[in-house]
Design a protein around this ligand. Structure first.
Ligand SMILES: Cc1ncc(COP(=O)(O)O)c(C=O)c1O
Ligand SMILES: N[C@@H](CCCC[NH3+])C(=O)O
Length: 423
C-alpha cells in the first residue's frame, strides 16, 4: 500500500497517503470521520477551484457556467462568484441556492424542459441573465412573464443538433429522440426562433445545445458545434439579425476507475471548438461533472463483513449511480495500511435491496473489519445532489477541506429533519 494508490486522476489533486492513512486536504480521514461522522462527502476546495480555473484558462473569452445540477450549495456559489464563473440552474430549488449563495442574477442561466409558470415568473422577476426556452409553450410563458414585469427578457432557444454522442442512454440529450430542446432537422427550432423574434418582450441572445453528459469523444462536441454554427448563420441570414452567442452546454467526461487513460481536458475541448466557432460568436459552456466529480471522496465506515459482502453505513440513498446506471467505482481501505492478502469484496450499503451495491467487485485487504473506513473517490457529481431518503436514512454532510480548515458546507440531515415533513 503505497502513496501511488492516490496518484491517479480519480483522486482529488492533493489527496495523499500519510502516516498509514488517507489524508484529504491536509486532514486524516480518521480525524474527519471522528469530527463529522460517516458517511461523509469530503470536497477538496482547492481542487474545485483549480478545475474551475482550468476551464476559464482554456476558454478565456467564453462564459463558463458551472452546471449546478452536479452538486450545488451556497458555499459553492460563493466560490464560483469569486472565480468569475457563472451558473446554470434547472429548477426553482437550484435558483434558491444561487440566490442564497449571492450569485448576481445576470450570471445565472435557467434551463429545463418544464419550468413552471411560478419558476419562470420568479426568475424573470429576479432579473435572471437568461432563460433557455425548451418548447413553444415556454416561448409564450416567458414572453408573458416578461411583459408582466415590463422588461425585455434575454432568452436562448435550446436546439437538438441531432448528435448521438456515445454515453449512457439516460444521459444522451443531443439526438432527435430526447425530450430536451427543439429539433433542428424538423424545422421546430427555426420555428421557435421565429416565434421568439416576433415577441417584443423577448430578446434572442443566443442558441443552446447540450449533447449529454459523461462524453469522452471530442469529435461529438465538434460535430454539434459545427451544426449549431451553421444553424446560427442560417437564422441570422433568414431574419437579418446577429445572434451573438452559442452555448454548447456541458458533458465532458471523467474517469471513475484508476488506470484509465487521461480524460479529455478543457484545453483539448477548447482546441476542437476554436476550430469551429467563429470569433464573432461568444461561446458559453456548462461543465458540471468534470469540475466537481474528482474533487470529492465519499467516506464510509464498515459495519459488517459477511463473506464477500462488506456493508457500509451509506449506500444507494447517498449514491444512487451504481444502482441506477450500473456505474462502476473503485474503493480503498482508507484508515490504515494492511499487509493482508487482498480478497475480492462487494461493497454494499445498508438499504433493503440486493441492488444496493456501491462497488461491485474490488480487491481490498482480506483483514478488512468493522470500524475500518472505506474511501470511494470521484464522488462529487450527481451523488449528494441526487441523494434520497430511501428507508428514511438521513443524507450525509458535505465537508470542504482547505487551508487547514474542514467545515460542513452541507450539514448532516437529522431524523428531526425527516420527521418535520410528516403531518
Ligand atoms: C443543460 C445542461 N447543461 C450542463 C449540464 C452539465 O453536464 P455535465 O455535468 O455532464 O458537465 C447538464 C447535465 O447533463 C445539462 O443538462
Ligand atoms: N445523473 C447522471 C447525469 C445526468 C446528467 C444531467 N443532465 C449521472 O449520474 O451521471
Amino acid at each position: 500500500m503505497g502513496s501511488n494508490k492516490v496518484m491517479d486522476q480519480v483522486w482529488p489533486l492533493r489527496a495523499q497517503w500519510a502516516d498509514g492513512e488517507l489524508r484529504l486536504g491536509g486532514f486524516d480521514v480518521t480525524q474527519l470521520a471522528a469530527t463529522f461522522g460517516t458517511p461523509v462527502y469530503v470536497l477538496d476546495e482547492d481542487d474545485f477551484r483549480a478545475r474551475c480555473a482550468a476551464w476559464t484558462t482554456a476558454f478565456p473569452d467564453a462564459d463558463v457556467h458551472y452546471g449546478g445540477k452536479a452538486f450545488l450549495a451556497p458555499a459553492v456559489v460563493g466560490w464560483l462568484r469569486e472565480l468569475g464563473l457563472s451558473l446554470d440552474v434547472c429548477s426553482g430549488g437550484e435558483l434558491a441556492v444561487a440566490q442564497r449563495g449571492g450569485m448576481p442574477p445576470e450570471r445565472v442561466v435557467f434551463h429545463g424542459n418544464n419550468k413552471s409558470v411560478a419558476e419562470i415568473e420568479r426568475a424573470v422577476g429576479w432579473g435572471i441573465g437568461c432563460l433557455v426556452l425548451d418548447s413553444f409553450d415556454e416561448v409564450e410563458r416567458v414572453a408573458r412573464a416578461a411583459r408582466g414585469c415590463g422588461i425585455r427578457q434575454a432568452v436562448m432557444v435550446r436546439v437538438k443538433p441531432g448528435v448521438d454522442a456515445a454515453t449512457h442512454a439516460a444521459w444522451a440529450t443531443g439526438g432527435e429522440g430526447t425530450k430536451f430542446g427543439l429539433s433542428m432537422a424538423s424545422g421546430e427550432a427555426a420555428e421557435a426562433v421565429r416565434r421568439v423574434l416576433a415577441e417584443p418582450s423577448l430578446e434572442l441572445v443566443g442558441l443552446h445545445s447540450h449533447i449529454g453528459s459523461q462524453i469522452f469523444d471530442l469529435g461529438s462536441f465538434g460535430t454539434a458545434a459545427e451544426r449549431m454554427v451553421a444553424f446560427l448563420r442560417a437564422v441570422e441570414h433568414e431574419h437579418g439579425v446577429a445572434i451573438g452567442r452559442l452555448d454548447l452546454g456541458g458533458g465532458l467526461g471523467v474517469h471513475y476507475l484508476p488506470g484509465e487513460k487521461e480524460a479529455p481536458t478543457p484545453a483539448q475541448l477548447a482546441e476542437v471548438l476554436r476550430a469551429v466557432v467563429p470569433e464573432d460568436v461568444q461561446l458559453a459552456l456548462e461543465p458540471g461533472r468534470s469540475i466537481v466529480a474528482p474533487t470529492t471522496v465519499a467516506l464510509y465506515q464498515v459495519g459488517t463483513v459477511k463473506g464477500r459482502y462488506l456493508s457500509v453505513d451509506g449506500g444507494m440513498s447517498d449514491n444512487p449511480r451504481p444502482a441506477t446506471y450500473g456505474s462502476a467505482y473503485t474503493a480503498v481501505l482508507a484508515s490504515r495500511t494492511s499487509d493482508a492478502l487482498p480478497a475480492d469484496f462487494t461493497v454494499v450499503g445498508k438499504h433493503c435491496e440486493t441492488g444496493d451495491i456501491l462497488v461491485d467487485g474490488i480487491d481490498l485487504p482480506g483483514d478488512v473489519r468493522p470500524g475500518d473506513l472505506i474511501a470511494i473517490p470521484c464522488s462529487g457529481a450527481y451523488q449528494r445532489s441526487a441523494a434520497s431518503n430511501y428507508n428514511q436514512v438521513p443524507r450525509p454532510p458535505v465537508v470542504s477541506v482547505r487551508d487547514g480548515v474542514a467545515r460542513e458546507i452541507v450539514r448532516r440531515e437529522t431524523e428531526e429533519d425527516l420527521l418535520r415533513l410528516f403531518v
